[in-house]
Design a protein around this ligand. Sequence first.
Ligand code: YH5
Length: 298
Amino acid sequence: MNKKRLICGDKVLDLSRPAVMGILNITPDSFSDGGNLYSGSSVDLSKTLYAVEQMLTAGADIIDVGGESTRPGAAEVSEQQELDRVLPVVQGIASRFDALISVDTSTAEVIKQAAGLGAHMINDVRALQREGALAAAVASGLPVCLMHMQNQPKSMQDNPTYGDVVADVLEFLQQRKQICLDAGIASDQIVLDPGFGFGKTLEHNLALFAALDRFSDDGSAVLVGVSRKTMIGQLIDSTLDSTVDKRLVGSVTMALLAAQSLVSAGGSIILRVHDVLETVQALTVWQQVKQFQDREKQ
Ligand code: YH5
C-alpha cells in the first residue's frame, strides 16, 4: 500500500499531494545551470545557500544536492571530488535551514558521509548498483530513489535500444526494488524513476511518460525528472532542439501532466525541477481548480 509519506530520518515528506524537489547542481559543468554556484574552481557556499533559500521560499519540499554531472557525454568524477563538492553543501544546508535534503549520488562514501551530516534521502541514477552503495543506503535508514539508466552518461545517448521500453524499464526497477527489499529497506521507503533522458530517444521518453501510472502500480511513489531536458526541446521544435533557457513552459507543462496522471491513478509523485516557483504555481492552480471541481461533483 502507498502510505503517501516517506520517513526521512527526523523528518517526514508528505506525498498526499505532489512534492517538488529543487535541483541544486554542485558541478562546474552541468547541463542547464552549469557552474553558476562556482567562484573560480570551487563551490561558493554563500551563493549556494542563497539559491537554496530561493527554492525553499518558492515552495520546494526537498533540495536535491548533486556533485556528479550526468548529462549525456559527461565524464565520471572521482570519489574525492564528489565528496569535496557535496559534503560542505549538505552540512551548510542542514545547519542553516529546516529543509529536507536529498543527495544525488551513486557513491557509497558520499551516501555514508552525507547521511552522517543530516541528509534525508538518497537519489541514485544508478539504482544502488555501485560497489557498497546498497549497504550504505541500508545503513543510513533513509528512503531511496532508484532510477533507470541504460549504459553510462558518457555514451548513453549513442544508440539507445529496447525490446519494449516500458516493460524493460519496469522490469529493471522491480528487480532493483526487490534487491533493496531483500537488503532490508522497507517497501514504502523506495521511490521509482524511469529516468527520462538517460539512454532514451524521444520515442522512448514519450512511451515511458504515457505509462507513468504503471510505475506506481505496486504502491511506490514515482519521481519524474524532465526539467529542461532535451526531450522538452525536441517536443517544442523537432528541427531546432530549442535552447535550454527556452524550455521553462514546456518543462512546467510536462511536470503538471505527470502529476495529473499519477494523482488520477491514486499514486504519489515527486517532481525534480530547476524552476521551483513556476512549477509550484502550476501545481497550486491545478489543485485549487481540482478541489472546486471535486466539490461540485459531490
Ligand atoms: C532524474 O531524472 N536527472 S541529473 C539528461 C539531460 C538533461 C539533464 C539533455 N538526476 C535525474 O538533469 N535523478 C538527474 O539530457 C536525476 N531523476 C533522478 N532521480 C541529469 C539531468 C539531465 C539529464
